[in-house]
Design a binder for this molecule. Sequence first.
Ligand code: ADP
Length: 167
Amino acid sequence: MALFASRPLVGIYPGSFDPPTNGHLDLLSRGAPLFERLVVAILRNTQKEPLFPVEERIQMIREAASHLQNVEVESFEGLLVDYAARRGANALLRGIRAVSDYEAELQMALLNRRMGGIETIFLMAGEEFSFLSSRMIKEIATLGGDVSSFVPAGVAARVRKKFPAQR
Ligand code: ADP
């Protein structure tokens, strides 16, 4: 019998996803097969003013990931390690795009391991998505650019509604 057969392998993919990009979706589709259940967890951050409310971000990821059977999407508040413990998670999933991501990710991974005893599994961003970030999407949209080749179709439609001047 497998050593870990007694409980399912649960991963948590935490982030802001404001908005979700093709890079997030690529990481999600490559990460999902590594777990029995993979939970996308959107932080309810009361300090930052988001572009999209959390409920809409949940909806956008659910739509774009509907073909991934073992993926769930929800939000959480408070410390990630407390949420992970409540969800019975085995590991966190994060993406690394460039060396610039590494330092902050290392710090977070070590903190989460120290505070919650939980490991972080890193996947490298797909090379065709490694330049993509939610921040850049917001910047392009604010300046009237077209983001449709960088985000799932449902996200592009919602961005267009917010920035009607878009080409
Ligand atoms: P946070 O605000 O926590 O950084 P993000 O929504 O920006 O949340 O990102 C969530 C996770 O997805 C992070 O691990 C980030 O490195 C990863 N990620 C973001 N953009 C991409 C991308 N283009 N390709 C792969 N992974 C990405």
